[in-house]
Ligand binder design. Structure first.
Ligand code: MEV
Length: 438
């Protein structure tokens, strides 16, 4: 067992790696070499990546793939996706192609409001606090002027600030609940800076508010932070076509497919065990685009799942219907995204991904991302309700199994040909390779 380390962040990258190798690895040199294999030979590029976080020791690769043929509001996109799961990009591409021939995707942004809160404790007269808030509200705007000036020029800023009384749940607990428009930036820094200034102004002004008693003047700030729950930063994407147009071959009619599909969505609307997996499949598409475009996938995940549970029960984020012979499938999902600021101007691959998408506004990116989620869910449900998921999934996974088995090119060709017609399973591939090798 190694000793705790002091001042680790001050060590050089080489020293950090050496310390880790000494502390955790039997084959120390091999571990060092693996870590260094992933260093970029372009020193400036490596430095850029080193400085994204603290204690960087190497780079962690994920594949960046693309799913072409996405027609969204009449425009064609090739969507960049960063993800490790073998079948995701293939499934997205398939769904894009399917809907390309059926009118494409329609998407619209419903609203773009972000939220932030100052949480504080005040143990005094509620009416006095309410009067104090009304008198101090203009100061909250004035004192954040230097922060909001640029955002206002771009069409954003603070939309509203409300005082919320939560003393019914926690003694003395109030909030400043503020809403923001952050245009093309995700806005986390902007919102948090505004909130910290609100908190400062609130505390200071309370000191001079004559109607307050000495105790009331001592209102205590607990914390000031944006909320990642953004139910009013919402986008909707949809596909629709005649039920009869859903059939691709004679194996299943459009009517039967539509009914099975809608039933599968209905199950995810009432059964949380299914809903979580259903929504996970949606997030396969969403997270991949979020990562490729340098956005915060943790924020998007947290918001999406909170939204899925807004009724008190966790439900599907997508919905489907058949009415008058028309099949409709849609998603509504909160997405707080940025196309300026953060990694978007720093990471070369993020810049490239955004350029590939035609340098979208945050609103346009919300639409693209929602479509990627809808397409992913369409592909998953289509497989699940027809062939089953494993057929396509294992076909894609075959490459990974062959890599694990260090298959030669010749072995790969033989095995691939064999499994064109047979079901891929891990054990079946091992057996086939063993037979080949013996
Ligand atoms: C696998 O990553 C995602 C699916 O399980 C989604 C679903 O079941 O809808 C295939």
């Amino acid at each position: 067992m190694h000793q705790p380390v002091e001042g680790f962040s001050k060590l050089s990258k080489e020293e950090k790696i050496q310390w880790i190798a000494d502390a955790y690895f039997k084959e120390q040199q091999a571990a060092v070499e693996i870590l260094k294999t992933y260093w970029n030979s372009d020193e400036a590029l490596q430095k850029l990546h080193d400085e994204f976080i603290e204690n960087t020791i190497t780079n962690y690769y994920l594949p960046l793939g693309v799913a072409p043929n996405f027609k969204i509001n009449g425009r064609l996109y090739t969507i960049p996706m960063a993800i490790e799961e073998s079948s995701v990009v293939a499934a997205a591409s398939k769904a894009a192609k399917f809907w390309l021939d059926r009118g494409g995707f329609k998407a619209e942004v419903i609203d773009t409001q972000k939220v932030g809160q100052v949480h504080f404790i005040y143990n005094g007269d509620h009416d006095k606090l309410s009067d104090f808030f009304s008198s101090v509200k203009p100061r909250l705007y004035e004192e954040t002027n230097s922060i909001t000036k640029n955002m206002q020029k771009r069409g954003g800023g603070i939309l509203d600030i409300e005082l919320r009384d939560r003393t019914g749940e926690i003694e003395g607990y109030f909030q400043l609940h503020a809403t923001f428009e952050t245009v093309d930036s995700m806005g986390a820094n902007f919102i948090n800076s505004c909130l910290e200034q609100f908190a400062k102004t609130l505390e200071e002004e309370a000191q001079y508010y004559a109607p307050f008693t000495e105790q009331e003047k001592e209102l205590q700030i607990v914390m000031s932070i944006l909320s990642n729950y953004v139910p009013n930063c919402l986008v909707r994407a949809e596909v629709r076509c005649e039920v009869s147009a859903l059939s691709e071959d004679s194996r299943i009619s459009g009517e039967d497919f539509a009914e099975k599909f809608v039933r599968a969505v209905n199950i995810a609307e009432i059964e949380p065990f299914r809903a979580v997996t259903h929504n996970k499949g949606i997030m396969n598409g969403i997270d991949a685009v979020i990562l490729a475009t340098g956005n915060d996938f943790r924020a998007v995940e947290a918001a999406a799942h909170a939204f899925a549970a807004k009724s008190g029960q966790y439900k599907s984020l997508t919905h489907a219907s058949i009415e008058n012979g028309i099949f409709r499938f849609w998603i509504e999902i909160p997405l707080a995204l940025g196309t300026v600021g953060g990694l978007t101007s720093l990471h070369p691959l993020v810049k490239l991904a955004l350029e590939m998408l035609g340098k979208p506004s945050a609103k346009e990116l919300m639409q693209i991302v929602a479509v990627a989620g809808l397409a992913q869910n369409f592909a998953a449900l289509r497989s699940l309700t027809t062939t089953g998921i494993q057929q396509g999934h294992m076909k894609m996974h075959l490459k990974n199994i062959l890599n694990q088995l260090n298959a030669t090119d010749e072995e790969r060709n033989i095995i691939r040909a064999k499994f064109e017609k047979e079901t891929v399973t891990h054990s079946a591939v091992i057996k086939a390779i063993d037979e080949l090798r013996s």
